[in-house]
Design a protein around this ligand. Structure first.
Ligand SMILES: Nc1ncnc2c1ncn2[C@@H]1O[C@H](COP(=O)(O)OP(=O)(O)OP(=O)(O)O)[C@@H](O)[C@H]1O
Length: 209
C-alpha cells in the first residue's frame, strides 16, 4: 500500500538540523510508524500529506504516485485527498458537532462516506447538536475522525490520536479505530509511541530510528 523512499530535512543543516533517509515498502493496508520522539514520524506523515517537501525521493500510496523528485511530480495537498487526525481534535469551537462534521464534507455527488453512515460508524448521533467544548476528549476525537472521513479521503493519516487521552478514554476510542480499519477500505498510516496501542491495530509496524 505504501512505497516510500525519501530524504527529509527540517531546520538549517549547518545549524544541526534534522536530515533523515526513510524507506518503507509495505503492502499492508494499515501501517504503523513507531520510534522515539524526534525520530521523524510526524515528518513522514507531513511528507505523505504534502505539507513537507522531501529533498528527494518518491512516495506512492495504493499505486498512486504523490511525489517523485526525478519525474518532477509533487501532487498538491488538496489533490492528495488525505484525511488527517491529530493528537488534539482541533475542532472549531464556534460550531457544534454537526457544523464541524459539515466542515469536512467534500463533493456533492455520490460520496464514498455518507454523513449518516459515518455518524453511525463512530457512534456520534447523540452528540450532533453539542458544542465541542462540551465533549470528552474521546468524543472530540471521534468527531475529528468523522470530519476526516467526510472529507472523502483516499488515505487516513493518524498522528498519535490517543496520546492526549487518559487510559479509560483510550480504551473507549480504540474500538472505533478498529471499526474504521475494518469497515472502510482506506489505507491508514498510524503514528504512535505505544507498542500496545499499535498491536491492536496492525502487525505492520515500522520503527524509525
Ligand atoms: N518546523 C520544524 N522546523 C525545524 N525542525 C523541525 C520542525 N518540525 C520538526 N523538526 C525537527 O525534526 C525532527 C523530527 O520531528 P518529528 O516531529 O517528525 O518527530 P517525531 O518522531 O514525530 O517526534 P514526536 O514523537 O516527538 O512527535 C526533530 O528533530 C524536530 O526537532
Amino acid at each position: 500500500m505504501l512505497a516510500l523512499d525519501i530524504v527529509l530535512e527540517r531546520g538549517a543543516r549547518n545549524g544541526g538540523g534534522f536530515r533523515r533517509h526513510v524507506s518503507i515498502r509495505d503492502d499492508a493496508r494499515v501501517i504503523a510508524l513507531a520510534g522515539r520522539s524526534g525520530a521523524g514520524k510526524t515528518s513522514v506523515l507531513h511528507a505523505i500529506a504534502g505539507l513537507l517537501t522531501p529533498c528527494e525521493g518518491r512516495i506512492e500510496v495504493d499505486g498512486r504516485c504523490l511525489f517523485d523528485s526525478v519525474a518532477g511530480i509533487d501532487v498538491p495537498v488538496h489533490a492528495r485527498h488525505v484525511g488527517y487526525m491529530f493528537q488534539d481534535a482541533r475542532l472549531f469551537p464556534h460550531l457544534d458537532v454537526r457544523g464541524n462534521l459539515g466542515y469536512g464534507r467534500r463533493g456533492q455527488g455520490a460520496a464514498t462516506f455518507g454523513f449518516d453512515d459515518v455518524v453511525a460508524l463512530l457512534g456520534i448521533g447523540a452528540l450532533l447538536e453539542r458544542r465541542t467544548t462540551h465533549l470528552s476528549g474521546g468524543e472530540a476525537q471521534r468527531v475529528a475522525l468523522g470530519r476526516a472521513l467526510l472529507s472523502q479521503p483516499r488515505i487516513l493519516l493518524l498522528d498519535e490520536p490517543l496520546t492526549n487521552l487518559d487510559q479509560a478514554r483510550r480504551e473507549e476510542l480504540i474500538p472505533y479505530l478498529q471499526r474504521v480499519r475494518d469497515e472502510t477500505a482506506l489505507p491508514i498510516v498510524y503514528v504512535s509511541h505505544s507498542a500496545d496501542e499499535v498491536e491492536r491495530l496492525t502487525r505492520a509496524v515500522h520503527t524509525l530510528d
